[in-house]
Each structure stands twice: as structure tokens, then as C-alpha cells.
Design a protein around this ligand. Sequence first.
Ligand code: TYD
Ligand code: MG
Length: 449
Amino acid sequence: MARSQAEYVCQSCGAVYSKWQGKCDACAGWNSISEETRIAVLPGSGKKRRKGKPATLSNISDKSARLKRSSTGIAELDRVLGGGLVPGSAILVGGDPGIGKSTLLLDMAGRTDNTLYMSGEEAADQIAMRAERIGLGETELQIGTETRLENIIATIEDVRPAVVIIDSIQTVFAAGLESAPGTVAQVRACAHALITLAKASGMVLFLVGHVTKDGQIAGPRVLEHMVDTVLYFEGDTGQQFRILRAVKNRFGPTDEIGVFEMTGDGLKEVANPSSLFLGSRTEKSSGSAVFAGIEGSRPLLVEIQALVAPSMAANPRRTVVGWDSARLAMVLAVLDARLGLGLSGSDIYLNVAGGIRICEPAADLAVAAALISSATDKALPLETIVFGEISLSGDIRPVPRADLRLREALKLGFDAAILPASGKTKSSGMRLSEMHKLSDLLDSMNART
Ligand code: TYD
Ligand code: MG
């Protein structure tokens, strides 16, 4: 029995309510809830029921030969996907408008065989112009500008492509549904139909999803649990570097990133990004520390900048770009409680250079060094890198892959490191200052006041 009912769905996170309310309890968004009609099929009802046929694992593994990965033709994209395209998989590519999603996928489409690019955002000749701009040349790439789900599926069944790109899922609509394109109901229903088709036919499905800050169109959040892989394109549209990050991947690691540079003729891969985020540091200045991080399998050196300024306000400012603000609050609290630095009354700005976002706890010590350096106006030596995790007790904890971090820093001309004491680190040709406690950091920076 199908029964239609009204429900209230948050357009940014997909939470469902039985009556309207101004604020979504799930994502804390305001005015994002709107009414949708939903056709609910009651579970277990209906006459046409069929027993499923479970298969033994050994039978399935025999067939897994068909799960051979194929390359996208773009090494950085292959890396983020965990080694290339898996047949029958669905990949969501999210990111702000203008960040480069269409450019990247069009580039990939031109490098893979039998690909269908379905755009609901641009006309065919606009896409052709872009293809020319990024130097695709003569390819067999097939382009469609259909937005009606039924027609897209018919086209796919006719063309039988190996890879399908839907740019974007917010423009697709199923004619049978009352809701407008881009609403949660539409996005979810269309994505479900396309993903089912991909699983059945073995084609690789890319869904592009816009993330908007005001939550007016359905964010791709509701899709995250439906797809196999979620990639997010990060970066500042004002800067040329773009980071592609896997936040979910059923077929590979999730900490891997791909680094690209947006140029006048398309996105270029940056195969060796380790020095990209160092900024132009020519002379030493206070408030700056170089963090030796690891993103996925690759080391990455990033400059962390801090500014500690006296504040007149009752609630001093805390502005963080590229790091977790809760983590900053923790480091500040430990600095105050264990070292008595008295930063709580100051305005504090923290910036990770180059527009990259760092998630590793290993950055704690570098953040602390930058903060101490700014607060005491004592610059760190130019050739020094810093890494280590800070515990609430003020101890410095070891972090994974110290040797890899040191090797990369040495390669880029650094000759000293401030790091956790582990007793296991090989000297690697650098001067190592091993820290047990935060107070050791203060001493090594000569910053006792
Ligand atoms: P686009 O791929 O359209 O972004 P999205 O699909 O994520 O919305 O990227 C558009 C931006 O990239 C636009 O601001 C122009 C810029 N761009 C270049 O700088 N060089 C290029 O070769 C191309 C194709 C785009
Ligand atoms: Mg686009």
C-alpha cells in the first residue's frame, strides 16, 4: 500500500520532522525546513515479494575479478580514490561553487574511455569551449544536457557508458515527484535511482554536489551515506591551490589528499606538494612556525602563523583559519594552565598558510610554538620544523612517522627539529630538540619571561 503523507525535511541535512519548526535540531540551521510530500511504502506490504538469494563468500570472491580498478588518467585523483575507479561504485564530489569540480571531472572524462558527461548546469557548447580551454583535443567523450531523471536513465541504457558524470545532482529531477529540483526528496530519489543503476550495470557514477552555506538547496550531506566514496574539494577560490580530500571511501583510505593548481588552462596536478604551503619565508619573524605534517601517505610542510594581540573586549577574539578552533582552545588552555602565559585575555588569530586545512593532532606543538613566539616576540630559527601532540597535562606526546617528517624537512633544507622525545628517532642529520613537557619548549625558545 502506498500512502502519501506530508513531512518536514531540513534541506541542508535531511533530518525529518512531523511538524514545521524554525530551527533544525540536527544541524542547527535556521529556516532550512520545508514541507515535502513523501510516498511511503509500508514495510512488508505488497503482494510481489521474492526471496533474496544469498551467495557464499567464496562464490562472490570468484567474481571479484570484475572489480578491477581502472585509472582516471589523473594520478592525484587515482590516489584519492584509493588506486583508481572501481566498477559499479558511486562517488560524490562536493565543494563550493566555482572551486573546480566541473573542470576536474571534464578533464577526467576526456582521459577515460566510454564516458558520458551529463550537465544540467552548462550548455553543450559551453562545455566544448571549456574542454578546448583545458586542452582535451579530440576525444570520444559524449556530452548530454538532460536534467530529467527518466531521460538520463534512458540515455545511459542506450549509450552503456563505463563512466557517467552527473553535474550536478541538484539539477536532476524525477518527473513523478512533486518537489522542485534540488530539494532533499528529489536529490535523494534521483541519486538512489542512479546508484541502483550503477550497481546493476557496473558503470562508475560520479555525482557532483554543491554545498551552500545558506542551506537553500539540498546539501550533498544527505547523499553521503548512499554513495561509496565522498570527495570534497577544498581551497580558497581566491588562491590557486585546490585540495581534493576523501572523507569517506569504501574502497580505500580516507586520509589521502590530492593537490591541484588552478591555472589559466585547467587544473594541473601537483605531484610533490610538500613545499607548497610554506609561504615565502625569507627572514625570520615572530609568530611563525613550520609544521611537518603528514597527509595520507605524503609528508607536507606548512607554515602556521599566529598573532597574539592585547584585547579591550570582554570576550577576546579567536579567529582560526585552517585548523580546528576547539583544538586551539585546548592548546590555549594548556598554555595558560601549565605555563601561566596568560593568553586568555588576548585576541588570538591563527592561520594555516596556503589555504590548506590541517586535521592532525601532531600540529599542536607547532601551534603552541607559533603562539608563544608571537606572545613573547621571539622568532623561531628559520630552518626549524616543529611537530608533536600536546596532552592536557602539558606533556608532549609522540606522533606517528617522525622519521618520514624529518627526512622531508631535511630534503627541503631544514636543519633542526623540535619534536617529542621518543628515544627512537634516528638523528637523520638534523639537530633534534626533544621535548618532554611544554616547559621544555619555552626553554628551547628562550621565551621565559
Ligand atoms: P568550475 O569547474 O566551473 O567549478 P565548479 O564546477 O566547482 O562550480 O570552475 C570554475 C572556476 O575555475 C572559474 O572561476 C574559472 C576557473 N577556471 C580557471 O581558472 N581555469 C580554467 O582553465 C578553467 C576551466 C576554469
Ligand atoms: Mg560546475
